[in-house]
Structure formats: structure tokens, C-alpha cells
Design a protein around this ligand. Structure first.
Ligand SMILES: Nc1nc2c([nH]c(=O)n2[C@H]2C[C@H](O)[C@@H](COP(=O)(O)OP(=O)(O)OP(=O)(O)O)O2)c(=O)[nH]1
Length: 150
């Protein structure tokens, strides 16, 4: 079998200035892992940079426009539906009002998160965020319940 091709994904870690809370939202119905909590973002389209894709996705999904951002971490996760390469960007400035345009739920969260389940591909980043905040990495998320993966 030929090696699987990576799907490139831009992801935004929106951090609220006043208290450092992180924005999570649920995956819309119809997508793999529907109902799981994730950071907003999505796949790069042909010719897009990570920054361009993230800016487009955040307008499309949550209604906010972000300023310039830089990639913070790059991770990979091998799902049954895709081998993804996740380009994580910290976002501290944006404009516009939050508007969940795909019917998602949103939640501002401190660590450890109180929402569950979280997309497995997001767990390494939650651990790095916990480390940065001087928290033990195992407290990044509560034990995950299963929610099916359809
Ligand atoms: N947005 C996001 N995607 C993540 C995270 N963690 C993680 O493993 N992923 C994976 C799940 C998906 O396989 C992929 C994102 O693809 P997607 O299907 O949500 O992207 P999209 O919005 O462009 O989808 P579509 O246009 O095909 O409907 O990245 C995360 O925290 N946020």
C-alpha cells in the first residue's frame, strides 16, 4: 500500500486576554467525530497558507476575523478517516462577534477542561498549554467518555 497522504489542517487556539480562557467548540453533525470538542479550524484549500486557511475557516465557522498569526506547533494524528497534519496557531486578537455558523456549541475553558469528549488530535496541544501554565500535563483534560465517531 502506498503511504497515506497528509491532510493539512490549520487550527486556532483562541486565548481570551482577560483570563487566558481557551475557545473550544463542538464538531458539527455530519463530520467525523461529530459532537467532539475541538479548537476551531479546518483543512487548507489548494494554494492556501496556514494563516490564510485559518483566517477563512474562522470567518466561515465562528464569525471572527483574526489578525496575523504564526504557527506555534505542528502535530500529526492518524485517524481512520484521514492522516492529518495539524498546524497550531495561537490567536490573541480578533474582531467581530462570535457566531457559531455551523450550529456548533462553544465554550470558553480553563485547564483542566470541563467539556468532553475532546478530539484525540487536540490532546498534545492541551498538554503543552498545561505545561506553559505550570499545571501537571495529566490535568489538561478530564477522563474522556466515548461519544462514537460517526
Ligand atoms: N478544527 C480542528 N480539527 C482537528 C483538531 N484536532 C484534530 O485532530 N483535528 C482534525 C479532525 C479532522 O480530521 C481535521 C479537520 O478537518 P475538518 O473536517 O474539521 O475540516 P473542514 O472544516 O475543512 O471540513 P470540510 O470542509 O471537509 O467539511 O483535523 C482540532 O482541535 N480542531
Amino acid at each position: 500500500m502506498p503511504p497515506r497522504k497528509h491532510t493539512e489542517v490549520a487550527v486556532g487556539v483562541l486565548i481570551r486576554e482577560v483570563d487566558g480562557a481557551l475557545l473550544l467548540s463542538t464538531r458539527p453533525p455530519g463530520k467525523p467525530y461529530a459532537g467532539y470538542w475541538e479548537f476551531p479550524g479546518g483543512k487548507l484549500e489548494a494554494g492556501e497558507t496556514v494563516e490564510q486557511a485559518l483566517r477563512r475557516e474562522l470567518v466561515e465557522e465562528i464569525g471572527v476575523t483574526i489578525g496575523p498569526v504564526e504557527v506555534w506547533k505542528v502535530t500529526e494524528h492518524d485517524y481512520p478517516h484521514a492522516l492529518v497534519r495539524l498546524h497550531w496557531c495561537k490567536v490573541t486578537r480578533w474582531s467581530g462577534d462570535f457566531d457559531m455558523r455551523e450550529g456548533q456549541q462553544m465554550a470558553w475553558q480553563q485547564l483542566p477542561l470541563t467539556v468532553s469528549p475532546v478530539l484525540p488530535g487536540a490532546l498534545p496541544v492541551l498538554q503543552w498549554l498545561a505545561q506553559e501554565r505550570g499545571l501537571p500535563t495529566e490535568v489538561a483534560v478530564l477522563p474522556q467518555e466515548s461519544a462514537g465517531t460517526d
